[in-house]
Design a protein around this ligand. Structure first.
Ligand code: SAH
Length: 391
């Protein structure tokens, strides 16, 4: 039950040096001890790291002669910002990060009136090969280390705290694993990341469980493993079709764990945690947006502890697929609601900086290709048929 199928094991090559955030607090204290320092220095280092302090000179509570050695050994810089791209008046900010081996990943920070959400990557690339997703087209480069994943959230928290996002200094409140990669295919490191997100200072960001969302294609053994962890984070399942015939083509891993198996596992998660899960459904014109599919999805989910989060497809370069037109979206929503299924439509923040769902494909855009596309005139990027989004 605990071992994931070999097919999802990513190459180990390229993994970065060890970092404090890869370690549990106990392991961090032991590591500091091995460097000949008292264990409480681990707490001091952690406090700096989670506050986004990177310059050892600013770590003035550490003895001057030990700062460089401690920071050098346990806080190696793992994420180098290549560029930030902003949209929505600066309230959406996408960052392209370069990792120590040259791999590129992206994260997106979105500030709303009542919260700030960062969408983080768990892998460089992705091996799940969903044909409508930009990341899926490039394949998997490697898993990110826990510290590389955590670092994206820490950077977002620091950007909020430092007032880098319009609206004044604020707090990062939400994290969604909806950037590049399949988080449950990098299970152990994502598990460590969850601890770091949820643990209060100094060894974490102290977020609440309900404001952290793990999104998966539906790796059933890993969902079951997550169910056993005793966490209450929000689970999102990327369904995209109510029937196996279509889902086999949209989410290829469906041939291994089908709709019924995924829904079963998500139901068990909901039963154990008492928290409803999200069913993610990208609405693709004439592919999965037909009224009868809405009815089928409604029948599938009625009475379950689930809600549907519809995402108008963000078209990816080179794909023939397009978002469902507004009337089709409205019809889909109406039919799901008529079936008694709670349904919302995701806003598509950051679309014009390729920062919206499924558009993160960093490798395609290095080398000088302009990154900010002009928003299509007359296209309203934010569709708001529901009362909330999933963030
Ligand atoms: N591997 C995880 C996280 C992926 S991204 C997962 O599959 O859940 C988060 C969500 O964005 C997923 O539901 C994914 O299916 C969706 N998505 C991917 N490409 C998209 C696109 N082009 N338009 C809209 N949603 C997309």
């Amino acid at each position: 039950m605990t071992a994931l199928p070999l097919a999802f094991d990513a190459p180990r090559r390229g993994m970065p040096p060890r970092h404090l955030a890869d370690l549990t607090p106990e392991q961090a204290r032991a590591a500091v001890g091995e460097l000949g320092q008292p264990a409480f220095r681990a707490d001091q280092l952690a406090r700096h790291f989670y506050r986004g302090v990177t310059d050892p000179a600013q770590m003035t509570d550490l003895p001057a002669d030990a700062r460089e050695a401690l920071a050098g050994a346990l806080l190696p810089g793992l994420l180098t910002p290549v560029r930030h791209l902003s949209a929505d008046g600066g309230r959406t900010r996408k960052t392209l990060w370069r990792l120590h081996d040259g791999a590129l990943v992206e994260s997106v920070l979105m500030r709303y009136p009542d919260r700030a959400t960062v969408c983080i990557s768990s892998q460089a690339g992705c091996g799940m090969a969903c044909p409508f997703c930009a990341t899926g087209q490039g394949g998997l480069t490697r898993n990110l280390s826990a510290a590389e994943i955590i670092g994206q959230a820490v950077a977002a928290a620091a950007a909020m705290a430092n007032g880098e996002i319009p609206g004044g200094p604020g707090r990062l409140s939400n994290v969604v694993f909806m950037g590049m990669g399949e988080p449950l295919a990098n299970y152990a490191r994502v598990r460590r990341t969850l601890d770091a997100l949820l643990t209060p200072a100094p060894h974490g960001l102290g977020l609440s469980q309900r404001s952290v969302t793990v999104s998966t294609v539906g790796l059933v053994p890993a969902i079951r493993r997550l169910t056993e962890e005793g966490l209450n984070v929000t689970l999102a399942v990327s369904l995209h079709a109510p029937d196996d015939e279509l889902r086999d083509t949209l989410v290829p891993v469906n041939t291994r764990w089908n709709v019924g198996a995924v829904i079963d596992a998500a139901d068990d998660y909901a039963r154990r945690t008492g928290r409803r899960y999200s069913v993610e459904y990208a609405l693709i014109r004439d592919v999965n947006d037909q009224p009868q599919r809405a009815d089928q999805l409604g029948r599938l989910l009625a009475g379950r502890l689930a809600h549907v989060n519809l995402i108008p497809l963000n078209p990816t370069p080179g794909s023939a697929w397009d978002a469902s037109p507004l009337p089709a979206q409205r019809e889909f929503v109406a039919r799901l609601r008529a079936a008694g299924v709670a349904t919302t439509v995701r806003d598509t923040r950051g679309q014009d900086i390729d920062g919206a769902c499924g558009q993160l494909a960093a490798a395609d855009r290095v080398g000088g290709v302009p990154s900010i596309a002009v928003a299509t005139p007359g296209v309203e990027p934010t569709v708001s048929l529901g009362s909330e989004d999933s963030a």
